[in-house]
Design a protein around this ligand. Sequence first.
Ligand code: NIG
Ligand code: FE
Length: 415
Amino acid sequence: MINSKLLDAPSADGLWHNLRLLDTDALLRGELATTPGVIAVQGGHVAYTGPAEGLPPDLLTRGARHDGGGALVTPGLVDCHTHLIYGGDRAGEFAMRLAGASYEDIARAGGGIVSTVKATRAATEEELFAAAAPRLQALLAEGVSAIEIKSGYGLATAHERKQLRVARRLGAHHGVTVKTTFLGAHALPPEFDARPDDYIDHVCQHMLPELAAEGLIDAVDVFCERIGFTLAQTEQVLRAARLLGLPVKLHAEQLSDMDGAALAARHGALSCDHLEHLSAHGIAAMKEAGSVAVLLPGAYYTLRDTHLPPIAALREAGVPIAISTDHNPGTSPALSLLLMVNMACTLFKLTVAEALAGVTVHAAQALGLQATHGRIAAGMPAHFVLWPLQEPAELAYWLGQRPVCRVVRGGRIVE
Ligand code: NIG
Ligand code: FE
C-alpha cells in the first residue's frame, strides 16, 4: 500500500537528544516521572532510549542529530475506540437533547444511530474519505500514532465494506496505524425492522465472514444494550468472530447492566468499553480475562450522564484502564484525545498518571498493539511526541488549548 503522506515526510533516523522522557513504567506504578535522555532511531525503529551516558558508541556517531530543546517526550498516543467514518452530523439531535429528549428516546423514535446510517449509506466512498480525513488529521496533530476505527453506520454488507475500506485507505494515506473493528451489530437496519434475530443471523452468516475474507476486519464489536442487541444476540456474534479467529471487544454496560462485559471476557475480549453500569461480577471477569476497561468521558459528558463507571473498583481489581475519544456524531463529537485525558481526571477522578497510561500503554493493549505502540523502547517502531511543556501534568491540564507538538510516527517526522 502507498503511504503517500508518510513517504513524503523526512526520516527520523539519527540521535534525538536534549529530551525529558516520560517514564511509562512509573505511570504504571501510579507515578509521574521524567528522566533526561536520548532516543536513537535506526531504520525507523528505536535502537536505544535512556540516559545519554548509556548510549552505545556506534549510535553516537551514526546519522543526523535532532535537538529536542529540552522537550517533554511521550510515546505516540493511541485512540483505541472511534467511529470516525460517517455521513452527516447530529447537531440537531444535540439540540433535542438540550431541550429534554434522552438518547434512548431519540433512538426509539428512529433517530440516533439509524439517522447516521441513512447519511452514511447515501455517501460515496470518496465522500466518506473526504469527511473523515480532517477529523483524523485533528487527532494526529495531537500526537496520535494508532487509532481504532469501527464500522457500524452501514449495517449492510456493501455499506459496511465502504466504511472499512475508507478506514484502511485513511491509514495508508496518513501513515498511521489503523485497526478496523466490524460493528455490524450496532443498531437494527430498517429492512430488518422487528426482526433482530434475522439480522444477527445475517451478520454472522454473511456480513462478517465476507468482509473478514476481504481482509477488512481486525476485531469485532457489538452494541450490547436495551437499544442495541441482547446478551444472546451478542454472544452469537462474538462466537462467529472467534470461529473466524478474530478478537472481540464490546460496547458494554453503557446505559444499563446487561452483563455484557462478563460475556465478552469469557470470549477473551481485548477490551470492554463504556462500562458506566459495570457490576462487580463484570470487573472480576475482565480481570480474569485480561480485558482492558476503555472509559469514554466524551460520551459521558455529551449525554450529561451522572452514573460514573466503577473507577475505584476497577483500580482495586487491577484492571488496566484506557481512555479514548469514542469519536462519533451522536454521543461524542470529540476530536481531542488530550481533552479526554482532562475529562478522565476531572469527571472520572483518574490520576494524571492513570489517564496518561490510558492513552498510551493501556490503549495499545486494548488494540493488541502492545508490541509496537504505547511505549518508547528499543526494537519498537519509532512513534513519539515532543511537547513544549514543563510538567507531564500539563498534558491533562490545558483545556481546549492544543500544545503545538513535534511528532515522530512510524520513523518519520510528520508534524
Ligand atoms: O459509543 N453506544 C453506541 N455507539 C456509540 C454511539 C453511536 C451513535 O450514537 O452514533 C457510542 O457512544
Ligand atoms: Fe462507541
